[in-house]
Design a protein around this ligand. Structure first.
Ligand SMILES: [Zn+2]
Length: 197
């Protein structure tokens, strides 16, 4: 295969009929299309591939929303596992732009996230107040243990996790709490989604 790019040799001249007979998808006459491209053409509809390419890129430029919609639709058809796998691959291959995207998103939605955090803490406090004294002690003990582990490790590497997530109707109750490493906690999010859907 010739990969020299700019100096790519012209394709061999082959008529549409010959190409068809050989089961090829493209043919090449060496004559310009009506837009002046000297390029291969598609056997099925005689269209110039160079015209096709510029039509596609013009469409992309003029209809960014439509492209986004199409991408979104394609995305929504993927299975949850496939989505996770693609997202993970994206994060791995585009680490910097992923992190920048996260930062931008957070900056643009700061008020929302502040509000959400506030609501979550409020919700936890409300549920805590509903617990019996004995249950409150058990909750306190779990948080104290996590704090001790973090103090020992000098980092926030231990999380108190709601076994059934709050967002899925899990309760802020000692029976629904566990201590996880930050890593386990992050990978758990994905697993829970999978089991639930
Ligand atoms: Zn053309």
């Amino acid at each position: 295969m010739d990969n020299s790019g700019m100096d790519e040799p012209a394709p061999k001249i082959i008529s549409r009929k010959e190409a068809q007979a050989q089961g090829l998808k493209r043919y090449y006459t060496g004559k310009p299309c009506k837009h002046g491209h000297i390029a291969e053409r598609s056997v099925s509809d005689r269209k110039c591939l160079e015209c096709n390419r510029s039509n596609v890129s013009r469409f992309r430029e003029n209809h960014p929303e439509s492209i986004r919609e199409t991408n979104k639709k394609g995305w929504s058809k993927l299975s949850p596992e496939h989505k996770r796998e693609k997202a993970k691959r994206y994060r791995t291959n585009n680490r910097e732009s992923y992190l920048q995207g996260m930062r931008n998103h957070y900056e643009q939605n700061k008020a929302y996230y502040k509000q959400r955090r506030h609501e979550t803490l409020r919700n936890l406090a409300d549920q805590y107040n509903e617990l019996s004294a004995e249950e409150q002690q058990r909750v306190d003990a779990i948080y104290a243990e996590a704090n001790e582990l973090n103090a020992r490790d000098g980092a926030r590497s231990w999380h108190v996790d709601h076994i059934k997530p709050l967002a899925k109707g899990g309760k802020h109750h000692p029976d629904n709490l566990q201590i996880l490493t930050a890593e386990e906690n992050l990978s758990k999010g994905a697993k829970y989604e999978a089991e639930d859907s």
